[in-house]
Ligand binder design. Structure first.
Ligand code: AMP
Length: 121
């Protein structure tokens, strides 16, 4: 699942400041913001600033610093949002079977209440 990166995807536009987002956290590696269609009381997206389509693309091509920066930032955001105590779920959709809508690698951070089954079928 390695398609070329589309620089006009909606998260690329958010990163360039062309469309707004409800920012939660930002550093040199990531931007985290509230999902526009929340599926849980807390639903935040964490995205790397680099241009990667998917988990495989990111893990294969990003520098070690980017990977460490991203991984730490996801943990930091969960902590910041107070999700550590009662827990949360991380999801990353890749490709058609997952229903990935936005072709810029991202992690969904879901919490703030019981989340139910891992997947609905
Ligand atoms: P995925 O299906 O994993 O690609 O998820 C894409 C997510 O991006 C969905 O949960 C959408 O609700 C969310 N989304 C789409 N457009 C925006 C936007 N402009 N701001 C925030 N979240 C968005």
């Amino acid at each position: 699942m390695m398609t070329d990166y589309d620089p006009n995807n909606i998260f690329a536009k958010i990163l360039r400041g062309e469309i707004p987002c409800k920012k939660v956290f930002e550093n040199e590696w990531v931007l985290a913001f509230h999902d526009i269609g929340p599926k849980a009381p807390v639903h935040v997206l964490v995205i790397p600033k680099g241009a990667y389509v998917s988990y495989a693309d990111f893990s294969a091509k990003a520098s070690s610093d980017e990977i460490v920066g991203f991984t730490r930032a996801v943990g930091h955001v969960a902590q910041m949002l107070g999700l550590e105590e009662n827990g949360y779920r991380l999801i990353s959709n890749v490709g058609p079977h997952s229903g990935q809508e936005v072709p810029h690698f991202h992690v969904h951070l879901l919490g703030g209440g019981p989340l139910g089954a891992l997947i609905g079928r």
